[in-house]
Design a protein around this ligand. Structure first.
Ligand code: PEP
Ligand code: MG
Length: 321
């Protein structure tokens, strides 16, 4: 069944995957595309680095497996505390704050050879079907520009090597997962072809609460008004610029949040494949006009408890109807 609200608004439900073996469950659960491919899994738990061919085989399997549906390949998101063994030399001395250090796009732009190999493999796979390239941990527009320049250079090199690439470069998008990126979303929207909201990190960095630290788990709250305002800013900036925006943090896979996310203007949600049916069921029971009205009421609130109550009341009323 299509992902559509009761009043006929279509919602894209996509899958987050890490392995090619997840394509089958993604399609079986109704994914209309891959909204996030976490490529770092290819780099973890091994003594060497994957070369261009190995990476190409992985990305190509995903693009072929999705049979013409969009595949969003995210460039390497490692660094700080999750640095694979073969990359450990790149980090420099022990960082005092790994989560704020040489992570993700920062590492890729510093270690250009590593980045170029990944971009070459992605570009080659992009000639097999609809593909987008997503940059993690973007905090400035300059990072997007530099990544795009790298992609163009790699493309020229591949053509010289005799590869037939798509005539148009794949869209290049920015993860919005650093608070400053959400605040400056208007500027980033001028450089990016699309946005993907990474709420796992956005919540962590906005509330200064480590996403993996049990001691501060009570502070890690996606319904904090600060987080919701940042999501709203990013959605509005994308709308103004006319670029697509999706959400691929864990929030997207919880039916509890669906009405709020849709009410805030999101029309594409990417999640673990197993969550797609339950989120779709919630969306099919939703009225977009009512969800938007409730989201507006929620955005007038400043207390996280009141926000949660307004959302849960709305969900319960819908369940009773
Ligand atoms: C996020 O931060 O929300 C996200 C999707 O990326 P990751 O969980 O891989 O950091
Ligand atoms: Mg993230």
């Amino acid at each position: 069944m299509p992902g559509v609200t009761r009043d006929g608004v279509e919602i894209r439900l996509e899958a987050n995957v890490e392995l090619a073996a997840e394509i089958e469950p993604a399609l079986a659960n109704g994914a209309v595309g891959l909204g996030l491919v976490r490529t770092e899994f290819l780099f973890l738990n091994r003594d060497d680095l994957p070369g261009e061919e190995e990476q190409y085989e992985f990305y190509a399997a995903l693009v072929r497996g999705m049979g013409g549906r969009m595949v969003t390949l995210r460039t390497l998101d490692v660094g700080g505390d999750k640095l694979p063994e073969p990359l450990s030399g790149y980090a420099g001395s022990e960082p005092a704050n790994p989560a704020l250090g040489l992570r993700a796009i920062r590492l890729s732009l510093k270690e250009r050879r590593l980045f170029d190999i990944q971009l070459a493999a992605m570009l080659r796979a992009a000639s097999l079907g609809p593909t987008r390239i997503l940059l993690p941990m973007i905090s400035t527009a300059g990072e997007i520009r530099r990544a795009r320049e790298a992609l163009d250079q790699v493309g020229r090199r591949l053509r010289r090597r005799g590869f037939r690439l798509p005539t148009a470069m794949p869209p290049v998008g920015a993860m919005i997962e650093v608070p400053g990126a959400a605040l400056a979303a208007d500027a980033l929207a001028q450089e990016a072809d699309f946005f993907a909201l990474g709420t796992n990190d956005l919540v962590q960095y906005t509330l200064a609460a480590d996403r993996s630290d049990e001691q501060v788990a009570h502070l890690y709250n996606p319904l904090h008004p600060g987080v919701l305002r940042l999501i709203q800013l990013a959605v509005e900036a994308a709308e103004r610029r006319g670029i697509p925006i999706s959400i691929c943090g864990e929030m997207a896979g919880e039916p509890r949040y669906a009405a709020l996310l849709l009410g805030l203007g999101l029309r594409a949600l990417s999640m673990a494949p197993r969550n797609i049916p339950v989120v779709k069921q919630r969306i099919r029971s939703l009225d977009m006009v009512a969800a938007t009205r409730r989201a507006n009421a929620i955005m007038d609130q400043s207390d996280p408890g009141r926000i949660a109550a307004l959302l849960d009341d709305f969900n319960t009323a819908a369940a009773i109807c």
